[in-house]
Structure formats: structure tokens, C-alpha cells
Design a protein around this ligand. Structure first.
Ligand code: NAP
Length: 288
């Protein structure tokens, strides 16, 4: 019998990538994708009833408030979706024996460490979004025994809103670009992350708890943008300038690289950020 997996926040970029990879796993896993309109995770009653009326083995929670700057102006909504509602979901999973796979963020860290962050490092968020996501992690630990919290960073894909798509749009409009070169991180393809999520489900026996996912190496936003521009030969790459500061409402950690050391012993498909980007760019350009 195939496993039943519900994916919340189905219109988001990660959920769309999971959907894209789903076809190759159709026999082993049966996915149900629910968008915010179909299942609003902040509606505790409806959520509870939905989980009571349907049976699932896993829930992948891709629903989130992801506007990092917007969260500074609207902390209530960020905390409602990223923390309170995650608590409701954890309660529903606990009551109905569903394993929760939840996504969290590198922004739970303050960025003062000189090396990559491991799962043993103490979170200390410096913006509202990071604080709301950390609170969500705590709600899961409070209400649920069987969970995987995957912290990821700098997600991009060919879906939704993300840095890659913003840069491509600006390159196509032939704009000059000023890009921050003082923040270190691991640009992570949602497809690579989706593969790791499949791996967790297919494995079935990995220890519950927190996992850090990312790439084998790290970079900054400026280098990331330059690499994206290298796929657009008609754009003069020297028009991309590195800047130390970019005005934004939310503070961002100077270093939010997540160490993948802990998962390397169980998962051998973690790639460099350059290879992951190459794979996606080739796919995107072949469709044009
Ligand atoms: N994006 C990144 O760089 C990044 C980095 C690290 C970790 N993460 C985490 O990775 C996960 C996936 O991120 P993503 O980039 O795929 O996010 P995304 O594209 O913004 O998708 C989030 C989805 O959740 C939906 N949603 C919002 N409120 C909801 C609610 N109350 N009930 C149900 N659905 C709701 C959104 O719908 P609307 O758009 O209609 O509101 C959107 O479709 C999130 O947990 C995020 O915090 C993201």
C-alpha cells in the first residue's frame, strides 16, 4: 500500500517543486496537495476536522509567511502563520498519528558564528521572520513526538518569488544591479530540498528531530547573482556591483550557512550550489 502524504501551502515554490518530482514516486507515495484556499492552517477547527476526516502518514508543511521584510511591519500575521498555526498542525498530527515534516530557516541564527551552523548551535533570531519560525519549531517540539524539522536557506526555483527569478527578470530588462556581498549563505534549489524530503519519507526510519539541509559550499548574494548572469551572455556582467549594504526593513544574519555534515553520513546527494544552479538553469533555458 502506498504512503499518503498531505502537502500544505501547495501554491508555494517548494510545494510546486515537490509536485514536479512527484510523478517519479507515484507508486510508492500518494500525495494530496492543498493550497491556502483549500486548507488554511490558521483555522484550527477546520484543520482539526480535516485531519480527523482524512488519514495521512506524513504531512509536509510548506505553508508559511515568508516575506522577511513584511514580517517586520506585520509580526502578528507572521507569528500566527509561522508559529501558532504550526502548533495547531502539530496537535492535529499528534492526535491522528501523522509524522510532520516541517520547514524552518537559517534565519533562526544571528549570523555571528564564523563557521557553518550545526543543529547543536543555539538559535538567536535577529528579525521577526526568524523569531516566528523559531517559535514554530518550539510549538512542534511541545506538541508532537514524530517530526522532522528541516532548516533550509536561500531557497530558489523556477516557481513563485525568489532571488533567482528576480535577478533573471532584471537581467532580461538589462538593469544595472547592486547586490550585497557581505552576507554568507547556501543558495539552495527547492528541487534538491524536495529530493531530500522524498528520501526522508522513503527511508521511513530516520531519527526524528532537526536537520540542516543546504549545499556542500557557500557563497554571497553578489557571487550568486554573477553566476546567474553568466547564463545570459548578452548581459555585461561588470554591471553587477557588490555592495556592503542594501536598505531593507529586516536585519539579516551576516553568516547563515547551515552545516550539512550531520546529514552527509545518511544522504550522499548533497551538491555544490553551483552544480545545483547549473541543473536548474539548463532546465529553465531549455524551455525557452
Ligand atoms: N524562501 C526561502 O528562501 C526560504 C528559506 C529558508 C526556509 N524557508 C522555508 O521553507 C518553506 C517553504 O518556503 P517557500 O519559499 O516555498 O514559501 P512560499 O513560496 O512563500 O510558499 C508558502 C505558501 O504558504 C501559503 N500560505 C500562507 N499562509 C498560509 C496559511 N495560513 N495556510 C496555508 N497556506 C498558507 C502561501 O500562500 P500565499 O502566498 O497565498 O500567502 C504560499 O503559497 C517555508 O516554511 C519557509 O519558511 C524558505
Amino acid at each position: 500500500m502506498s504512503l499518503k502524504v498531505i502537502v500544505t501551502g501547495a501554491d508555494g515554490q517548494l510545494a510546486q517543486c515537490i509536485k514536479g518530482l512527484y510523478k517519479s514516486h507515484q507508486k510508492a507515495i500518494h500525495f494530496i496537495f492543498v493550497s491556502k484556499d483549500e486548507l488554511d492552517i490558521t483555522d484550527q477547527n477546520n484543520l482539526g476536522n480535516y485531519f480527523k476526516d482524512h488519514s495521512f502518514d506524513y504531512c509536509i508543511n510548506c505553508a508559511a509567511y515568508t516575506n522577511v521584510d513584511g514580517a517586520e511591519d506585520d509580526p502578528e500575521t507572521a507569528f500566527l502563520i509561522n508559529a501558532e498555526a504550526v502548533g495547531y498542525l502539530a496537535e492535529a498530527c499528534q492526535r491522528n498519528k501523522v509524522v510532520l515534516i516541517h520547514l524552518s530557516t537559517d534565519y533562526v541564527f544571528d549570523g555571528t558564528k564564523n563557521e557553518a551552523y550545526t543543529i547543536h548551535d543555539q538559535p538567536n533570531p535577529i528579525n521577526v521572520y526568524g523569531a516566528s519560525k523559531l517559535e514554530g519549531e518550539l510549538k512542534i517540539k511541545e506538541h508532537l513526538e514524530k517530526y522532522y524539522i528541516i532548516r533550509a536557506s536561500w531557497l530558489y526555483s523556477d516557481h513563485g518569488k525568489n532571488f533567482l527569478k528576480t535577478i533573471i527578470r532584471k537581467l532580461e530588462m538589462n538593469e544595472d544591479l547592486n547586490i550585497v556581498d557581505t552576507q554568507l549563505g547556501s543558495p539552495t534549489s527547492c528541487y534538491e530540498l524536495a529530493r531530500f524530503i522524498f528520501f526522508i519519507i522513503i527511508s521511513g526510519d530516520l531519527n526524528f528531530g532537526i536537520y540542516h539541509f543546504g549545499t556542500t559550499n557557500s557563497t554571497n548574494w553578489f557571487e550568486f547573482a554573477k553566476r546567474i548572469a553568466s547564463y545570459f551572455p548578452s548581459y555585461d556582467g561588470s554591471r553587477i556591483k557588490g555592495v556592503s549594504n542594501f536598505p531593507s526593513r529586516a536585519k539579516r544574519p551576516a553568516n547563515s550557512v547551515l552545516s550539512t555534515k550531520e546529514i552527509e553520513s545518511i544522504y550522499d546527494r548533497i551538491d555544490s550550489w553551483e552544480n545545483s544552479l547549473d541543473k536548474l538553469m539548463k532546465k529553465m533555458l531549455s524551455k525557452q
